[in-house]
Design a protein around this ligand. Sequence first.
Ligand SMILES: [Zn+2]
Length: 128
Amino acid sequence: MNCPKCGSEAVSKALTQYPINHCLNCDNLFYVHNILVDNLQAEIAALKLRIEKLDEELKEICICAAIKTPSGIYRGHRHGDCFLVMQRKKILRSTEDIQGFITSRNRFVDRNEGRKLQDIARIESVSP
Ligand SMILES: [Zn+2]
């Protein structure tokens, strides 16, 4: 334990029945209890900020349009581009095709889930 005033490690207990410490270097008397609470509060505040920042960074957002078909997922800037990719690869459109998006976590989501993710991340629709 270090003295909160001078930082010296030369600290001894002043009174055994109370949590009062005595710095042998600067003669400071201090409560261990208060120091711990102060340190913990600062640590908790720093951790809370870090968690908030991580939460912000980890928000899943839509990266590009995608169409999920029985033969695979086709990506594009917009859904029209996905259809062009499919056309080029001679993939026939089917009723099983699902229009959606690829997210920042490399996950396919349908249009509804994509809209929800964008709403949570407060990103407005390009074409509402
Ligand atoms: Zn001291």
